[in-house]
Every structure is written in C-alpha cells, then in structure tokens.
Design a protein around this ligand. Structure first.
Ligand SMILES: C[S@@+](CC[C@H](N)C(=O)[O-])C[C@H]1O[C@@H](n2cnc3c(N)ncnc32)[C@H](O)[C@@H]1O
Ligand code: SF4
Length: 399
C-alpha cells in the first residue's frame, strides 16, 4: 500500500491499515474555529481574540481548513482506510457563529465532495448568543446545520459578569425559539459553580433553561484553569474560591430538575436527547479533527494539530499541520474506554474490567458504598458516584 503522504508527518508504516477498534465503525468530523470576540476570564480553550491572533485573517484560515480537508481525504485514500460517509459534523470553538453561512457552507461542501455524508447526518454548530440572530439561524438551517448548541452558561447577569460573558440573558429565549422555528434541534450549555453563584441563582438558571424547551442541556462544573484570569482573581482574593460541596449540590439539583422536566441524564454533564457526535467520542469511534489544536482518532491512531492558527495555516500550505501522533496500545485503549464509558449511563462491561485486571475487591467496595451499581454484566455510576467519577476511575486503575 502506498505511503506517499502529502503532509509532513507520515503515519507509522505498520499502521497504514490499522486494525479496527471498538464496535462503532462510523466516521465523524470536528472543525475547530479558533476565534472569539472576547476571551471569557475562565476559558483556556485554543481560541484567540482579534488582538491576540495578529496576522491570521478569518478568510485565510478558512482556506486552510478547506485545504486540510482535501489533504486528509488523500491521506485516508492512500492509507487504504475504508472511508465511510460522515455521520456527524461538529463546528466547535472558539466561536463558530462568527463564521458566515457562506463560509460554513463551503466547509460542508468540501467535506461532502471529499467524503460524502450519511443520509441523516447530525451537523451541530456551537454558537454564542451575541453573535447569533434569528436570520443567521435560518441561514444555518438552509446550509444543512441541524443542531444548535448555544453557550448560555447562566441566566443570572451577575454570574455572567463574573464569567465575563458579554451577552444579555434576555436574548436567549428568542434565539432558541428562532432556532426551533428554523427546524434546528437545540441544546444549551450551562456552567455551575462560578464564584459567588448561590444555589438559588443556579436553580433559577436551571428553571429558565428548562422553560426554553430545548431537547438537550449540558451543565458543566466550572473548572478553574491555571493561567486564566479567573485563576488570578481567585489567587489574589478578588473573587472567592469555588466550593466543591456546593458544586455537588448544584449537580444534584441539575439532575433532579432536568429529570423532572423529562431530560434524563446520559453522561455526567449531559441530559436529554444524546448528541450523536459526543457519543462517537465516548465510544471511541473514528473522527478527523480539522483546525489548530484539533485532535483526531482514526483506528487506533491519535494525532493532533499544531496549536497556533498561524503555524497551523503555514503548515497546511506547505506540509503537515500534524504536531504529534501516537498509536494507542491495547492497555491504553482499555483505560480510556473505562474513563469515557464510566461517565455514561450505560457504564462499562465487566469484561473490560477483567481485561484491565481491576481488583474485584475495589469494585465490591464501590458497590457497597453505593458509588457503583451492577446490572447484568454492566457496571455504572450511581447518582452519588457521578460526583466522584474521576476518582473512581483512578482507584479502579491503581488499586
Ligand atoms: C469552549 S466553549 C465554545 C463555545 C462557545 N464559545 C461558548 O462559549 O459557549 C464550549 C463550552 O465550554 C465551556 N467551558 C469553557 N471553559 C470552561 C471551564 N473552565 N469550565 C467549565 N466549562 C468551560 C464553555 O462555557 C462552553 O459552554
Ligand atoms: S466565548 Fe467560548 S470559547 Fe470563547 S473565550 Fe468564551 S468560553 Fe471560551
């Protein structure tokens, strides 16, 4: 099989036709749009404001993505990979809603031309309320986007101010209604645990989110990422520390209210109609991630792109945007499966634990403490266990 790869980093020769892993053989695409109008104080994602990004224009960046798509199709074809139509596409960021419908349509067309789409692909766009309008939502629907994930975070203006979000909460209801009117499935992202956010404020946010009638809600516990403005504000005492016990209460409140509203949990931070794209990650399906810093996973090979949009762009034009590649051995793969699948309602199979040589006593102790529950040959986290899932995984792997 030919290995004349047009990009800089070649795949390991022995893995040109890698063994197929897992049961989910579908193919998925992530496109990273690394632009934001303002950087929120808590966010350390690979995204840049106009001031931070210097000479990279959105137009040049867009051209680089199209080129990367063409090159990826060549790589897959020359590697003998059994290319399948795209099952899900996710525009994430950054702020993908800063891209016009024309720019997004050109990316979708390039993917269609190079890979084709399945009959009913899920095409999601992450949007910020302040860069979205009812008209834009109609344009999105017209180019084939069928799912909107809106970054709402909170309905409390004081919390939005702490998080340095720039939108007015009043905007959200009209935008969600417009998205539904345009035929899009809708989801909102919420964050709980911002400094000074009370349980009551979080309850109001949840109730307002529920009133929107979206089919899906993500609720993330705020992570204080090192190096962010938020971390500095907490360190200097400008803002109070976050409170783990209160966060646990907020998670439980989210679960109670969202479940009562008919949105049942399917992953620690997600409720409602499962996103097919996220499920692909959790099931270790294959995906190609386009754009700076994006990660890909193709049949046991994991590779990731150069992080900065400028170096990414220059590399795509001349050689490879790939910064690193690793072949995931079986043990690592099983460990990752445990990490991802234990976060889901389906949980993990006991045979996976056997493969990882997890001590039965450790499992039994978690069951006794009502953190894990067994049903047939599957093991899943209980409502209490969801709060400690990372700790449980660590203990299962090390005890
Ligand atoms: C990176 S953003 C991209 C989409 C969009 N720009 C937005 O802000 O909604 C995706 C999600 O990650 C969340 N997020 C970013 N940093 C986070 C942090 N430190 N802790 C918890 N959630 C975070 C955002 O709030 C958002 O809901
Ligand atoms: S808008 Fe989203 S991606 Fe941009 S800085 Fe804020 S949280 Fe991060």
């Amino acid at each position: 099989m030919g290995s004349a790869l047009p990009l800089g980093l070649a795949w390991p020769e022995s893995n040109l036709i890698p063994p197929l892993f897992g049961t989910d053989r579908s193919f998925h695409v992530y496109v990273h749009i690394p632009f934001c109008e303002v950087r929120c104080g808590y966010c350390d994602f690979n995204t840049y404001t106009a001031k931070e990004i210097g000479s990279v224009s959105q137009a040049d960046f867009h051209d680089a993505i199209i080129l990367e798509i063409e090159r990826s199709a060549n790589i897959l074809a020359s590697s003998g990979y059994p290319v399948r139509p795209i099952s899900t596409l996710f525009f994430g960021g950054g702020t993908p809603s800063l891209f016009s419908d024309t720019q997004l349509a050109a990316i979708i067309e390039a993917l269609r031309h190079n890979f084709a789409f399945e009959a009913n692909p899920e095409i999601t766009l992450e949007a910020n309320p302040e860069s979205t309008s009812p008209r834009y939502l109609e344009e999105l629907a017209a180019i084939g986007v069928n799912r909107l994930s809106m970054g709402v975070q909170s309905f409390d203006s004081a919390v939005l101010k702490t998080l340095e979000r720039t939108h007015r909460p009043e905007l959200v209801a009209d935008l969600v209604a417009a998205a539904k009117g345009a035929g899009l499935s809708t989801s909102v992202d919420l964050i709980y645990g911002a400094p000074k956010e009370s349980l009551d404020s979080w309850k109001r946010t949840l109730n307002e989110a529920i009133d929107l009638g979206t089919g899906h809600v993500s609720a993330y516990s705020l992570i204080v990422e090192p190096g962010t403005k938020l971390a500095r504000q907490i360190k200097t005492g400008e803002l109070p520390e976050t409170d783990d016990d209160l966060d646990a209460e907020k998670h439980q409140l989210a679960d109670t209210l969202l479940s009562e509203a008919g949105l049942s949990w399917y992953e620690v931070s997600n409720w409602g109609e499962p996103s097919r794209h996220n499920q692909a990650y959790w099931k270790s399906a294959d995906w190609w991630g386009y754009g700076p810093g994006a990660h890909s996973h193709i049949s046991g090979n994991r590779f990731w792109n150069l992080k900065h949009p400028l170096t990414f762009q220059q590399a795509v034009a001349t050689k490879s945007p790939v910064a690193g590649i690793e072949y995931i051995d079986e043990k690592t793969r099983f460990e990752e499966m445990l990490m991802l699948e234990l976060r889901t309602k389906e949980g993990v199979s006991t045979s996976l634990l056997d493969s990882l040589k997890v001590h039965q006593e450790t499992v039994d102790n978690f069951i006794k403490d009502e953190l894990l529950a067994k049903s047939g040959n599957r093991l899943s986290v209980t409502a209490k266990g969801r709060l400690f899932v990372d700790r449980i995984v660590l203990d299962l792997l090390t005890n």
